[in-house]
Design a protein around this ligand. Structure first.
Ligand code: SAM
Length: 212
């Protein structure tokens, strides 16, 4: 994602009651933040929040938390919320490598990874959000029968992810190289910003669902 500094974005996030910059303080008590016992689904690297906002609109009985590293991006997701009264969505500004400091074991019911940065150089492989190292972190926050759903248009990242999952002890429950032409896996699909852009350019969208 091309990053442009958005003046005032840090202040906007600090002043928002939907965004958190001190998420460690809420570890183990995210249900209290929402005031109910509903499931908690998170998206890591949510960008400008199109996917998560639509998911929250469609599923009022699920709580959604979007994680994004950069204030200048997260602030765009907050702007999307200005026009609606959604109670079931929050945002966290953080690097996902600290996720175990933010959620207790089993506190998360589902993890979405959408169009994660590919980090094409071998020496950066550990930064990929579907790397063995990150899957181990997810293992420590996701409930026992929880799943990770991953979408990308990047062939190499998808191949890498299909290899990393079994290496890290995860099962591949389902996968497709052409999501939009897979009636079963595409049912109810909510498009992300990147998905909209890349599929309109003719790129095939890939998806995998994994569990332990
Ligand atoms: N998920 C969105 C979509 O599909 O349209 C955005 C995809 S964009 C290519 C990837 C996003 O992930 C960027 O906004 C980036 O800042 C964020 N990101 C990358 N690595 C991250 C990390 N380790 N922790 C949190 N966010 C991260």
């Amino acid at each position: 994602m091309r990053l442009r500094n958005v003046p005032g974005s840090d202040e906007t996030i600090e002043n928002s009651n939907k965004a958190y910059t001190n998420p460690e303080d809420y570890k183990g008590s995210w249900k209290n933040v929402f005031g109910n016992d509903n499931e908690i689904h998170i998206e890591i690297g949510m960008g400008k929040g199109q996917f998560l906002t639509q998911m929250a609109e469609r599923n009022p009985n699920i709580n959604y938390i979007g994680i994004e590293k950069y204030s200048s991006v997260l602030v765009r997701a907050l702007e999307k919320l200005e026009d609606n009264e959604l109670d079931n969505i929050r945002f966290i500004r953080m690097d996902a490598e600290n996720i175990e400091n933010v959620f207790e074991q089993g506190e998360v019911d589902k993890i979405y990874l959408n169009f994660s940065d590919p980090w094409p150089k071998d020496r950066h492989a550990k930064r990929r959000l579907t790397s063995h190292r990150f899957l181990d972190r997810y293992n420590n926050v996701l409930k026992k029968d929880g799943v990770v759903e991953f979408k990308t248009d990047n062939d190499l990242l998808f191949e890498f992810s299909l290899e990393q999952a079994p290496e890290a002890g995860w099962n591949i429950d389902a996968f497709t190289w052409d999501l939009h032409n897979d009636a079963e896996l595409n049912e109810g699909n909510v498009m992300t910003e990147y998905e909209t852009k890349f599929s309109s350019m003719g790129n095939k969208i890939h998806k995998m669902i994994i569990s332990r």
